[in-house]
Design a protein around this ligand. Structure first.
Ligand SMILES: [Zn+2]
Length: 76
């Protein structure tokens, strides 16, 4: 018997919002992206091992990593 397991990264676009960019200082729309790493067994995702969020300025493209808590604060 053998097992095929591994990790898979899934990227999901979330609704962004208007914010002041910390790189260019412009008040511009920011894209919010969720990156989730999932444990897979026989290529079937079973559970999420880690999640991270990145916001990216649409004006200059400057990316910032944010925590789940900061992401939740953005959503409300
Ligand atoms: Zn910017």
């Amino acid at each position: 018997m053998f097992l095929i397991f591994g990790l898979k990264t899934a990227i999901r676009e979330l609704p962004g919002r208007m914010a002041t960019c910390r790189f260019c200082g412009q008040f511009a729309h920011h894209h919010l992206q969720q990156r989730a790493t999932k444990f897979t067994l026989f290529f079937v995702p079973l559970f999420t091992t880690s999640k991270s969020y990145t916001i990216r300025c649409t004006h200059c493209g400057g990316p910032s990593s944010i925590t789940t808590r900061q992401k939740n604060a953005l959503a409300s």
